[in-house]
Design a protein around this ligand. Structure first.
Ligand code: ATP
Length: 138
């Protein structure tokens, strides 16, 4: 079984939480851990430190700290790739073209406010989980 970090970002954590969680469960993921957290600026800057030189970095930190997010550890065979598949491409306009049933195609407002996060590979999954949940036994 593989583990990944999923985040329902602040634009969707209230309005679409139940719909997104029911899709996650229907797709056969186990939700091993779940918590609601409002990221501080320091946490958001750290979480997205690989983007610190991008023009959108400050808007990304503003967005990620504007309200609570739902943090989840999802567990399943091939969880990392399958969750990335379910969320769709970063830009919802592209998501509507290539993956019209993806979460971003259905719910995202813009390339910035794009509803969900998923770790991109095994190293990021471990780092993301450690950062948000500390040492957990999975
Ligand atoms: P995430 O890491 O959140 O799962 P991702 O791996 O699909 O998303 P990245 O390219 O790592 O996308 O970008 C991280 C986040 O930064 C995006 O999810 C989005 O919220 C924001 N972002 C990415 N590109 C842009 C952009 N060109 N303009 C504004 N915001 C952007």
């Amino acid at each position: 079984v593989e583990h990944t970090l999923a985040v329902i970002k602040p634009d969707a954590s209230q309005e679409h939480r139940e719909g997104i969680i029911s899709r996650i469960e229907s797709a056969g993921f186990s939700i091993s851990q779940v918590k609601e957290t409002q990221l501080t600026r320091e946490m958001a800057e750290n979480f997205y430190k690989h983007h610190r030189d991008k023009a959108f970095f400050n808007s990304l930190v503003d967005y990620m700290t504007q309200g609570p997010s739902v943090m989840m550890i999802l567990s399943k065979e091939n969880a990392i790739a399958e969750w990335r598949e379910m969320i769709g491409p970063v830009d919802p306009e592209k998501a509507k073209e290539v993956s019209p049933n993806s979460l971003r195609a259905c719910f995202a407002k813009s390339i910035l406010e794009n509803t969900v996060h998923g770790s991109s590979d095994a190293k990021h999954a471990m780092d993301n989980i450690q950062f948000l949940f500390g040492d957990v036994c999975l």
